[in-house]
Write a protein that binds this ligand. Structure first.
Ligand SMILES: [Zn+2]
Length: 237
């Protein structure tokens, strides 16, 4: 009895703390408008590689025992110099954007209470350059060799701007890898910073929200939901 009561008391205390956190979190975002930002063309879909887990289980079902992570020479290439500045500026803008309530709560209907709280990506800690990463992915490529982040990113660079590789395949938690487009956008170059910020917010939903694109009706839809709430003057057709 005493034990049950204690548990209930602990639950109550925890719940109160939780409510305070939520309240504080909501109180932190601000109802202000951002400056007008001109239109940019459609932002293509930015998938995560969430289907990897199902591929891995099919490998196991064939009787193979494959141990992850498969790292190669350079699984987590560091981002440096000018490119490091680009990522840091985009992270800063993403943090600024998510201070506004409209942006912070963009995915509230989908169970994401605060985008700001998901922005925990840190460059060269859980966010790396995917273009040269030798980290093994849980499937084989057409030439029967192990697919790696860099080979997969190169062949899909037209549409794959960034991706999250899940913890079982990195050995160090969910990790964001950036692809070529992130560093050198070919569309609306003057709005590269805004595009990068949307990409980072999108990927943080996968990385720390643990929700895949399907949860939001697809990758493109997730991008649209974020963009409409966070950069409302940015028209996406
Ligand atoms: Zn996605």
């Amino acid at each position: 009895m005493l034990f049950t009561t204690t548990i209930k008391l602990i639950d109550y205390v925890f719940l109160s703390f939780f409510l305070i956190v939520i309240f504080v979190s909501n109180a932190n975002c601000q109802q202000t408008l951002v400056a007008n930002i001109p239109n940019i063309p459609n932002i293509p879909s930015i998938p995560n590689i969430a289907s990897a887990a199902s591929v891995a289980s099919s490998e196991r079902s064939l009787g193979q025992t494959i141990k992850y992570p498969i790292v190669g020479n350079n699984p987590f290439p560091l981002i440096m110099g000018v490119e490091l500045e680009k990522v840091n500026q985009a992270l800063l803008l993403a943090k600024e954007l998510t201070k506004r309530c409209e942006c912070d709560r963009a995915l509230q209907d989908y169970g994401v209470e605060s985008l700001a709280q998901l922005l925990k990506s840190e460059v060269n800690i859980n966010l790396f350059d995917g273009r040269t990463s030798t980290l093994g992915l849980p499937w084989m490529s057409e030439n029967k060799k192990r697919e790696t982040v860099n080979t997969y990113f190169l062949k899909n660079q037209d549409w794959l701007w960034a991706g999250v590789i899940q913890a079982p395949f990195t050995g160090k938690g969910n990790v964001i890898f950036l692809n070529h487009y992130f560093f050198s956008p070919t569309k609306s170059v003057s709005l590269a910073l805004e595009q990068r910020s949307i990409i980072l917010i999108h990927e943080s939903v996968h990385q720390f929200g643990n929700k895949d694109d399907n949860h939001f009706g697809g990758s493109k839809r997730l991008t649209n939901l974020i963009t409409k709430a966070c950069l409302p003057n940015l028209k996406i057709n």
